[in-house]
Design a protein around this ligand. Structure first.
Ligand code: ZN
Ligand code: ZN
Length: 162
């Protein structure tokens, strides 16, 4: 990423500031009911990136643990002051985070690559022509760019400590 400033972000009050040292691997527009309730909006925009590529510039987000249907924990990391959610960790993987892309200073730089769980998409939301939309989930191998798949594979290796 040549323009680092495009990947800076933070919470509403400014106590948390972060910087992404790489472009996200992939971006989800998630229309699931959990995201709708948790964000108060029609869908969440989640930028998937290695935790090691998220540099905290100031502040320290606090973890809020939520249950999910899968039984895996969903940890939301929030500003301790204003409670803005800055990222999520699904399944407590710790090496992979879902940046809440609207907390980026330039969120238009991270549009969704796919829209998922569109079975609960709000009828007042029309997706752009040509948008990739999936009723539930999608096939990573088919949708992710090769470079991102390689980064994801490297992450799995790191997680297993091999
Ligand atoms: Zn804050
Ligand atoms: Zn969701």
């Amino acid at each position: 990423m040549s323009d680092q400033s495009a990947h800076a972000g933070g919470c509403f009050c400014g106590a948390i500031r972060y910087r992404l040292t790489e472009s996200p691997m992939f971006v989800h527009g998630c229309h699931c009911r959990d995201c709708q309730v948790q964000t108060g909006g029609p869908f969440a925009v989640n930028a998937l990136i290695e935790r090691s590529c998220v540099e905290l510039v100031s502040g320290k987000p606090v973890r809020v643990e939520l249950p999910t249907d899968s039984g895996q924990p969903h940890d939301i990391y929030r500003c301790p002051e204003c409670q803005t959610a800055v990222w999520s960790d699904y399944g407590r993987r710790e090496v992979l985070v879902f940046i809440r892309a609207m907390t980026l200073d330039a969120p238009e730089a991270c549009p969704p690559d796919v829209h998922i769980f569109t079975r609960s998409k709000m009828p007042f939301i029309d997706l752009p022509n040509g948008a990739k939309a999936f009723e539930v989930f999608y096939d990573m191998q088919a949708e992710w760019p090769a470079a991102s798949l390689a980064r994801y594979d490297a992450l799995k290796t790191r997680r297993l400590g091999v």
